[in-house]
Design a protein around this ligand. Structure first.
Ligand SMILES: *Cc1c(COP(=O)(O)O)cnc(C)c1O
Length: 442
């Protein structure tokens, strides 16, 4: 076996790092430096003409951040990777890079609240139009939504908070028939549960804030590029624009595809969007994500096992109206979850509390162990009333379109003992409904 085909659990601990290049340091060093010495005028000339790749300034690239980039790229089978200071920066830079100059993005109503709201408020101001289509897993219907200026399809592999599963293979096929890339936000699945590139995705995005890091202590984002999409197909002139900054030794301006043929997409983000919009990931935060990554599989497995137990408990509860989790028998995504998520459908899901708004408030205020806040993928279990918090930006009509019911409670299951988590839900249900009963009897 060669180093090139190491398996997932080895890559998550050792990928992208050679201690010999870092004073034999066993742990990845934190390169807390703004800039790097250029060495000599000759070397400076090479660095600035990209004939030698090296570090110049930490806004553009940094050795600690680069280990994270290489490691996640290897985990997902990507050709290139760029790490940024948030998941939102990863989404924004990706969509600007693909649709700048007035393009259109075709997406679904099943998205993270911040993404949905950004699409509504900000993207149109940058000239980017967003089309939301509900029946996205139906290839014929989806194809009809593609317009001449549609530049990409964007989906979440498992959506937040509704846990809708995207049929990536079919959607990628439609996208490629129209010469546009499929972009997948794979945050909820993580590379451990699903590798979208294997099914034809061209760009994969992570909010590394969530399960990749897994300890609720950083904000970070990642963009991966499969290296397979043909950016020269006539729809993306921005990749063929000659830049003086990319000139060859004779001073001839070149484009991104000439200089970085293996990963032109993320390099264009690095040299344009990261360089000038500046959402750089700090070396310290990259280090924390690397630390979290080392236990990714172990954490996800434990979270899956906890999730199973908690769902079984909720299924038996009289206080629960519905549960949305892709692999359940009554889920419309059961077959897709079998195909795309054979190891398990993640640890973020939602349920409907059978009760009034006041009872939902009482239930949340009675919770003792779950943390009540807006994050997911943490080692701690989290509970939140999505319609009033993480998705509160949506108007009542938008919530209906996105199928976010008013009694939605979202859980993100952590690493505690499942019995304690169940005890917490049980005591909160009891407090909410038994006291109500006493009121009635009075
Ligand atoms: C949290 C989240 C984001 C945004 O990531 P940040 O790191 O918070 O900027 C994007 N997509 C999904 C699915 C998320 O859960």
């Amino acid at each position: 076996m060669s180093k090139e085909n190491l398996r997932f659990d080895t890559i998550k601990i050792r990928g992208g790092y050679n201690s010999k290049e870092h004073n034999h340091s066993v742990s990845v060093p934190i390169y807390e430096t703004a800039a790097f010495d250029l060495g000599s005028t000759e070397r400076a000339g090479k660095l600035f003409s990209f004939s030698e790749l090296g570090f110049i300034y930490s806004r553009l690239s940094n050795p600690t951040v680069e280990v994270l980039e290489k490691r996640v790229a290897a985990l997902d089978g990507a050709a290139g990777d760029i790490a940024l200071s948030s998941g939102m920066a990863a989404i924004t830079y990706t969509l600007l890079n693909v649709a700048e100059d007035g393009g259109r993005i075709l997406t679904t109503p099943y998205l993270y609240g911040g993404t949905l709201d950004g699409f509504k408020k900000l993207y149109p101001k940058f000239g980017i139009k967003i089309d939301k289509f509900e029946d996205f897993n139906n290839p014929e219907a989806l194809a009809k939504q593609i317009k001449p200026d549609t530049k990409a399809i964007f989906v979440e592999s498992i959506s937040n908070p509704n846990a809708a599963v995207a049929d990536i293979e079919k959607i990628a096929k439609v996208a490629h028939e129209y010469d546009i890339p499929l972009i997948v936000d794979n945050t909820l699945a993580t590379p451990y549960l699903l590798n979208p590139i294997k099914y034809g995705a061209d760009i994969v995005i992570y909010s590394a804030t969530k399960a990749l890091n897994g300890h609720g202590n950083v904000i970070a984002g990642i963009i991966l590029e499969s290296g397979k999409f043909n950016w020269e197909n006539g729809k993306f002139p921005q990749f063929l624009e000659p830049y003086y900054t990319l000139r060859d030794p004779e001073g001839r301006a070149r484009n991104f595809i000439e200089v970085f043929p293996d990963f032109p997409f993320i390099t264009r983000i690095r040299l344009n969007y990261l360089n000038y919009f500046g959402a750089a990931l700090s070396p310290f935060d990259a280090y924390l994500v690397l630390l979290g990554l080392e236990t990714l599989s172990e954490r996800i497995e434990k979270q899956l096992s906890n999730t199973k137990k908690i769902i079984s408990y909720l299924q038996e509860s009289d206080n629960v109206q519905w549960i949305k989790y892709p692999s359940l028998n009554d889920s419309p995504y059961k077959e897709l979850s079998k195909k795309y998520l054979p190891k398990g459908a993640g640890s973020v899901f939602s349920f409907g509390l059978k009760g009034t708004d006041d009872e939902i408030d009482k239930f949340l205020n009675s919770i003792k162990l779950f943390s009540y806040h807006a994050n997911i993928g943490d080692s701690r279990s989290l509970i939140v009333n999505s319609p009033k918090t993480t998705h509160s930006e949506l108007t009542p009509e938008e919530k209906e379109f996105s199928h976010i019911e008013s009694n939605t409670i979202r859980l993100s299951i952590g690493l505690e003992d499942a019995e304690d988590l169940i005890w917490d839900l049980e005591q909160a249900f009891e407090k909410t409904f038994s006291e109500q009963l006493q009121e009635v009897l009075k």
